[in-house]
Design a protein around this ligand. Structure first.
Ligand code: CO8
Length: 290
């Protein structure tokens, strides 16, 4: 995925750094990070965990944080031992949105010429499944970041919202599009036009998230789900993700055609042979990701 590497690493470096700096630390999954923690998790070390780590600013998303997150994502994407990724924040805040202090004085000319938010949706290009584990605030860009993930698990204290209207702007990371496709027009409009937040329970009812857990159990549960995914065939998992995502981008007829082609394609893999043989022979499948 050389082109993906380039894509993930892209992003303006001219923006000023976040005001709150924590000490740089080195983690297994890639480089010296100041705003995130990145490590391998799971019994087989096959889950990549990225924790946003800018607690004083409630994990407000500044450009250097996004650059580091993209770097960690790229490392996990290219690591053949990693089968799924978990993205989380702190128990108080997943992410309170884009860094308003960093953005506040930008001009329209800057946005176009320097490309504000460049690289912020690179996550949607990652082919490995990503689970968002959301405790606390997922507001503005934080909610949009969660929406770019494939599965959202929430802690009981989670709050989702698109409050951009309250600061004189609108969602810029897919909030009006992904949120609307997921929860429908009325609730999305209400959230975007009023800035009101919804609770974990309301998010579950609306289909925005799949499960709710006690705050302190959330990340563990997300890692367990990621392990389940990572234990399956990575190549077939990638096809499954591609096919589900097509439901958001194509007509039903095109989506059904793509699904059929991908289904047929699984028959070209060793893992399909292994999976079906294992079922017939009443044993556990041993996928080799081929
Ligand atoms: N940007 C910068 N700093 C922030 C942000 C933010 N989004 N959110 C919180 N902070 C900082 C506060 O300034 C404060 O710092 P300091 O102590 O230095 O003053 C610290 O975090 C703690 O915040 P509060 O004191 O306000 O904590 P409260 O518990 O009282 O309130 C809230 C928490 C409700 C989360 C409140 O901080 C808030 O409303 N934050 C702003 C939420 C918001 O408007 N988010 C949308 C931002 S715009 C956006 O996201 C555009 C997205 C573009 C695309 C992104 C693609 C991925």
């Amino acid at each position: 995925m050389a082109s993906l590497s380039a894509l993930l690493l892209r992003g303006p470096s001219l923006l000023r750094p976040c005001p709150q700096l924590s000490a740089a630390r080195t983690y297994a999954a890639g480089g010296d990070f100041k705003y995130i923690i990145s490590e391998k998790k799971g019994k087989k070390n096959n889950v990549g965990l990225i924790q946003l780590n800018r607690p004083k600013a409630l994990n407000a998303l500044c450009q250097p944080l996004i650059n580091e997150m993209n770097q960690a994502l790229m490392t996990f994407q290219e690591d053949p031992s990693i089968g799924a990724i978990v993205l989380t924040g702190s128990e108080k805040s997943f992410a309170a949105g884009a860094d308003i202090k960093e953005m506040s004085d930008k001009t329209l000319q800057f946005c176009y010429s320097e490309k504000l938010l460049k690289g912020w949706d690179n996550m949607s290009q990652v082919t490995k499944p990503i689970i968002a584990a959301v405790n606390g605030f997922a507001l503005g860009g934080g909610c949009e970041l969660a929406l770019m993930c494939d599965i959202i698990y929430a802690g009981e204290n989670a709050q989702f919202g698109q409050p951009e209207i309250l600061i004189g702007t609108i969602p810029g990371g897919g909030g009006t599009q992904r949120l609307t496709r997921v929860v429908g027009k009325s609730l999305a409009m209400e959230m975007v036009l009023t800035g009101d937040r919804i609770s974990a329970q309301e998010a579950k009812q609306a289909g925005l998230i799949s499960k709710i857990f006690p705050v302190e159990k959330l990340v563990e549960e997300a890692i367990q789900c990621a392990e389940k995914i990572a234990n399956n065939s990575k190549i077939v998992t990638q096809m499954a993700k591609e096919s589900v995502n097509a439901a958001f981008e194509t007509t039903l007829a095109e989506g059904i055609r793509l699904e059929k082609k991908l289904f047929f394609s699984t028959f070209a893999t060793d893992d399909q042979k292994e999976g079906m043989s294992a079922f017939v022979e009443k044993r556990k499948a041993n996928f080799k990701d081929n």
